[in-house]
Design a protein. Structure first.
Lengths: 183, 232
């Protein structure tokens, strides 16, 4: 099992304990991030598994001085990109969002509809720009954080965001018009 | 990042998306147990979580509805109905006695990561995209697969009963699992569910004892935090 060609080691035992916490506490974050990045609802469990296997593999290299979620987002982004390439050959049908039909749950229904609309609109944006948009406008990260998470120059972050915002706005307008929503 | 005069209509949508529900704990626990099993190097854990498609995708909504309906009384149902999580519980084939997340021991030299996560091709890292069907009898495991299916049915029954607040039936299913599969592939999941049921039933002392037993048997399990939270 030990391979001298792969000298990476856990630096300290404490890493192990932290890893269990990360896996558990950040599951929902990774799950929702993958969904926003375009992973089909039916494939979320498999892709979340991919993310956490990667986390498990490289967690010793994670710099504790930096925020965790942008680091996780970077991993999820790469997994989603690979997924997208694989799925291009075998596309899955949409829509995939399930909406609570309960007439008593008006508020929840409204939230579900809004979320479904956001997910649908996000899918119209190129993945690279979408990642920047998600980090900025949904997660409310700063541009330097986004640049670091996605290994992009700061200027690229700004330019992608500008385009992505316009694309998102147009997509929402188009989708709402199609669904006859006037909000 | 600044939102130069954001359209309030878009802001409402994005705020709703920020409040997206997390997936049910059962899915989280199952996926993490699966990660743990793959990290241990158990090939049987590498089967994709998604079963082969037995019917056209268009019919899936009906299936979703049926499964969700079974959980309608539980908290998990709300999340499933509102969210996008697939109503599928992923189970992990683990060896007995099972140990999760084989993380390094404090003694001697620090273990290599390869001790924790075996390299491909022994352990396919992307089982979800392989052609391997779920519960693939790759090692002559037809019996193993059917045994896992039987285990899954029992643990499923317990979880459904727990979601409904039917603690007696939940415990009955778990006891049956323990009797039939004392060191089964889902032994860890059984024990964690048992702790959750005991807590829900107000049997705190029994839950604490069972949780302590779980910690003793599976000190490095990825499910230990789940037990801790149940007992909190």
């Amino acid at each position: 099992m030990t391979d001298p060609a792969r000298p990476r080691e856990y630096r300290e035992l404490a890493v192990a304990d932290d890893l269990a916490t990360v896996l558990r506490n950040e599951f929902a974050y990774v799950w929702n991030t993958l969904r926003r990045l375009g992973v089909h609802a039916d494939d979320l469990a498999d892709e979340a598994q991919e993310v956490f296997l990667t986390v498990h593999r490289i967690f010793a290299d994670y710099d504790r001085g930096r925020p965790l979620r942008p680091w996780l987002f970077g991993i999820a982004y790469r997994v989603a990109a690979r997924y997208r390439r694989a799925r291009a050959k075998h596309p899955l049908a949409e829509p995939v969002e399930l909406i609570d039909p309960s007439p008593t749950a008006d508020e929840a229904l409204e939230a579900s509809e809004a979320q479904a609309l956001v997910i649908e609109a996000l899918q119209t944006i190129d993945l690279g720009r979408r990642a920047v948009f998600i980090l900025s406008d949904i997660e409310e990260r700063t541009a330097p954080e986004i640049a670091e998470a996605l290994a992009l120059p700061l200027n690229t972050v700004y330019s992608r965001l500008r385009v992505a915002r316009a694309e998102f706005r147009d997509a929402v307008t188009r989708l709402q018009r199609r669904k006859g929503v006037d909000r | 990042m600044s939102h130069e005069s954001r359209d309030p209509r878009l802001e409402r949508l994005l705020a709703a998306e920020r409040g997206r529900e997390p997936p049910p704990d059962s899915i989280r626990d199952a996926v993490l147990a699966r990660v743990s099993a793959i990290a241990r190097g158990e090939p049987s854990a590498c089967a994709p979580s998604r079963p082969p498609r037995a019917f056209p995708r268009g019919l899936r909504a009906g299936t979703v509805g049926l499964v969700a309906a079974a959980f309608a009384a539980g908290a998990a149902a709300g999340a499933w109905i509102r969210g996008e999580a697939p109503p599928r519980i992923v189970y992990v084939a683990t060896s007995a006695p099972s140990r999760s997340l084989e993380l390094p021991a404090p003694s001697a030299a620090p273990p290599r990561i390869d001790d924790v996560v075996p390299k491909a091709p022994n352990i396919p890292v992307r089982p979800s995209r392989s052609a391997t069907p779920i519960l693939a009898p790759s090692d002559g495991g037809v019996g193993r697969a059917s045994s896992l299916a039987a285990e899954r049915a029992l643990v499923d029954t317990a979880r459904i009963a727990l979601a409904r607040g039917d603690h007696a039936n939940a415990l009955a299913a778990l006891e049956r699992h323990e009797a039939e599969f004392p060191n089964g592939q889902l032994a860890e999941e059984r024990e964690v569910t048992a702790v959750q049921v005991l807590v829900a039933a107000g049997r705190k002392q029994a839950a604490v004892e069972r949780g302590a037993r779980f910690r003793l048997r599976h000190p490095t399990s990825a499910l230990v935090p789940v037990v801790d939270e149940a007992l909190r």
